[in-house]
Design a protein around this ligand. Structure first.
Ligand code: TYD
Ligand code: MG
Length: 467
């Protein structure tokens, strides 16, 4: 009989090694390799006698679905981002830079839920009770029945939660401060954070409590970031924003119980976060529509249209290699647009620095912004201001073609609502209503756009005469 072999398996990537090592060569992770017995598994050959399984009842795909029971906060921007409220028995991770307002948001949510009669427990591992009370006072939440504890030891937290009436929602602020007896490493390490979060998630599943956990985005490798637990939780939301601006965006990146492209928009004020129900008006509020290089993009965030201004500055360079700087957009995508403009439209940027900024510190991920970016670039290079009442959207391909994007109707409707009178959009866009009050300029290649901007003055005048 062959000698029984042991093998070592990396817990992060599953790579199998012949001997133990500190670092997995498959994925580069440290301390993830543990000894495993290869016998007895599927294809493992004769080893331990397999235990006799118990048949489980098979069922069909159709049939009754129990609606996920949710706890709605009544803060509609938060409920929108979570897909209609926190789901009982689920774990939600809220990530974000330190100081962005995670604790503030959750304290406001806790207060709102408590006012509706839910039992809420707020466990703060970062701030002392007095500090949390001070914030609660500032937010007008001090009179609510939110139960507060300052604790970081996971076993103690679990024992506290298990006592008394089952909580409806538990807030853990933050996962990086948790430490558990089950893991030996220092608090804040991946092992400790994972062990703590794992224990809390198990509690949530067993009791049907909604568990909301805060995770700081860390720049330092010593402290585990929220990424290391993303796969364990049911939903991941990121709270983002620019320190220089006072609005904040809650973005859904993973949600087992709802859509993942929703955003909630808030404004940080002296007495907490305020909901912003019309983000477009906010993002466009500081517009200077007479200057060249600004184009308004009609974008979509999940089911909601959002209008933002794309600003470009193209200036002659004094350097050998011209600068390209982007804020709020993908720099690889900017290089692509510049290359397409050069190759197919003869617009040259080789002797110019290019700066691109999305107004208000907003961040765009949609390829539909290509056309707005190209318009802003051409407008700045040519020194011609774009019409102030026009929105732009469409995806640009490497061949210089302008491709249709989804939800044209909704984008146009939002633009109309905010007083825009014209739109430059891809030809053959679906769901476009002809005869709408918006003047539609359909184009199918980038050359058309350049021609349109170059001849904009004449064209607009003749348009006016036609009417
Ligand atoms: P906080 O919620 O503590 O951030 P996080 O938990 O993400 O680290 O919020 C920190 C910032 O928010 C702090 O700089 C002060 C500001 N803030 C206000 O502007 N208004 C308020 O009402 C509160 C409570 C905080
Ligand atoms: Mg905090």
């Amino acid at each position: 009989m062959a000698k029984a072999r042991v093998q070592f398996i990396c817990q992060a990537c599953g790579a199998v090694h012949n001997r133990w090592a500190g670092k997995c060569e498959g994925c580069g992770e440290w301390n993830t390799i543990i000894e495993d017995d290869p016998t007895g598994g599927i294809g493992g050959g004769p080893g331990r006698a397999p235990t006799k399984g118990r048949p489980v009842a098979l069922t069909s795909l159709s049939g009754e679905i129990e609606e996920a029971p949710r706890v709605m906060t009544g803060i509609s921007e938060l409920d929108r981002a979570t897909g209609g409220g926190f789901v009982r028995g689920s774990a939600v991770l809220i990530g974000g830079d330190p100081g962005i307002g995670k604790s503030t948001l959750l304290m406001q949510a806790a207060a709102a839920l408590s006012r509706k009669g839910h039992r809420i427990i707020y466990v703060s591992g970062e701030e002392a009770v007095a500090q949390v009370r001070l914030r609660a006072q500032r937010l007008g939440a001090a009179d609510t029945d939110v139960a507060l504890a300052a604790e970081t030891h996971v076993e103690d937290i679990l024992a506290t939660l298990a006592e008394g009436k089952r909580p409806d929602l538990v807030i853990i602020d933050s996962i990086q401060t948790l430490w558990s007896d089950m893991a030996e490493s220092a608090p804040g390490t991946v092992t400790q954070v994972r062990a703590g979060v794992h224990a809390l998630i198990r509690f949530a599943k067993q009791t049907g409590t909604a568990m909301v956990m805060v995770g700081h985005v860390t720049k330092d490798g010593q402290i585990a970031g929220p990424r290391v637990v993303e796969h364990m939780v049911d939903a991941v939301l990121y709270f983002e924003g620019d320190r220089g601006h006072h609005y904040r965006i809650l973005r859904t990146v993973k949600n087992r119980f709802g859509p993942t492209d929703e955003i909630g928009v808030f404004e940080m004020s002296g007495d907490g976060l305020r909901e912003v129900t019309n983000p477009s008006a906010l993002f466009l509020s500081e517009r200077n529509d007479k200057s060249p290089g600004a184009a308004v993009f009609a974008g979509m965030e999940g089911t909601r249209p959002v209008l933002v201004e794309v600003q470009a500055l193209v200036a002659p360079t004094s350097l050998g290699t011209p600068r390209r700087a982007v804020v709020g957009w993908d720099s690889a995508r900017l290089s692509m647009i510049l290359a397409v403009l050069e190759a197919h439209c003869g617009v040259r940027f080789g002797q110019h620095d290019v700066y691109l900024n999305i107004a208000g510190g907003y961040r765009i991920a949609e390829p539909a912004a290509d056309l707005a970016v190209a318009s802003a670039l051409v407008s700045s290079l040519a020194g011609l201001a774009l019409p102030a009442d026009c929105v732009y959207f469409g995806e640009i391909s490497l061949s210089g073609a302008v491709r249709p994007v989804s939800q044209t109707g909704q984008r146009l409707k939002e633009a109309e609502k905010l007083g825009f009178k014209a739109a430059v959009l891809p030809q053959a866009s679906a769901d476009v209503q002809k005869g709408a009050p918006t003047r539609l300029q359909e184009i199918n290649s980038l050359i058309d756009l350049v021609a349109l901007i170059a001849g904009s003055k004449n064209r607009l005048r003749s348009d006016e005469e036609e009417r």
